[in-house]
Ligand binder design. Structure first.
Ligand SMILES: C[S@@+](CC[C@H](N)C(=O)[O-])C[C@H]1O[C@@H](n2cnc3c(N)ncnc32)[C@H](O)[C@@H]1O
Length: 270
């Protein structure tokens, strides 16, 4: 993982929330919320909560007396999340690295995490932390993206950018968000950290965006791919965005865009 892969700051959090969340994250947040609600937690922890799409979906499904701590490594993501969330005294926002959770042992009934595990540099350590803060017999619910070839628009954007920077193609999407999808590896990592009763399922959905330009802004400007493009040539961000929009337009037309997305959803018991 490169140093900028985990940095969601500057212009990224706002664009991430405005463009990328409705395009690919909301639909999976509803799935996580349904799974968490079925476990009826009284005290819940979310890690890598980002701009709070899961937090909003889960909070809507939790009873009045529940307590919900939502955390993320990057404060600027949580700032957007807190701003988006309607007043809710059940929710506490807190900056936290998944590899060093600032909570007591056995403090939570459920830990959930959406599309965060791929960013953890040491997953054994992070899963160990999740296990430590979970009560006995309680559940870790999380998801990761499947391989990039099963996530059509992101794949097309990555191919287009490779043509713009042939000597040093930006590989953020392949390396990190779509770099941890092998079910056997995920299962082994969880078992090594001491989890059991592990269920792993593939979930396909359709992502939707109003236009090719929207897709291009979401992917090139609302993610750490932005930093990778700017590191190659700071003046080429708009040209890169235009190129991706053109690639999407060529394949999907100039109107509303649809593309298959695919994730892996995991539940594991402590
Ligand atoms: C793709 S975003 C997912 C955010 C949110 N869960 C969602 O569904 O929109 C990945 C998130 O992981 C966070 N992150 C990266 N490394 C982390 C770490 N070591 N500990 C906690 N969060 C981390 C980033 O700040 C970012 O908000």
């Amino acid at each position: 993982m490169s140093n900028t892969d985990k940095v969601f700051a500057g212009s990224i959090p706002k664009l991430y929330d405005e463009y990328l969340v409705p395009m690919i994250f909301s639909v999976y947040a509803d799935d996580i919320a349904r799974r968490v609600a079925a476990l009826s937690p009284s005290v819940l922890l979310e890690i890598a909560a980002g701009t709070g799409v899961v937090t909003r979906a889960v909070a809507a499904a939790l009873p009045r007396g529940a307590r919900y701590v939502a955390t993320d490594l990057n404060e600027p993501m949580l700032a957007v999340a807190a701003q988006r969330q309607t007043d809710d005294d059940r929710i506490t926002w807190r900056q936290a690295d998944a590899s060093a959770l600032p909570f007591d042992d056995a403090a939570f009934d459920v830990v959930c995490c959406q599309f965060g595990a791929m960013f953890f540099p040491d997953r054994f350590k992070a899963y160990g932390e999740v296990k430590r803060v979970l009560k006995p017999n309680s559940t870790f619910v999380f998801n990761v993206w499947d391989r990039i070839e099963d996530n059509v628009l992101t794949h097309e954007a990555t191919i287009a950018l490779g043509k713009m920077f042939p000597d040093d193609p930006p590989r953020f999407m392949v390396r990190t968000p779509h770099g941890y999808y092998d079910k056997a590896v995920i299962r082994a990592d969880l078992e090594r950290a001491g989890f059991r009763d592990i269920s792993i399922e593939t979930r396909s959905e359709i992502s939707r965006a109003p236009s090719p330009e929207y897709v291009a802004i979401a992917l090139c400007q609302g993610t750490p791919l932005r930093s990778e493009i700017e590191a190659r040539d700071a003046g080429k961000l708009q040209a890169a965005t235009d190129l991706v929009a053109e690639a999407v337009r060529t394949r999907h037309g100039s109107g509303a865009v649809e593309g298959r997305i695919q994730a892996i959803v995991i539940e594991a018991r402590r």
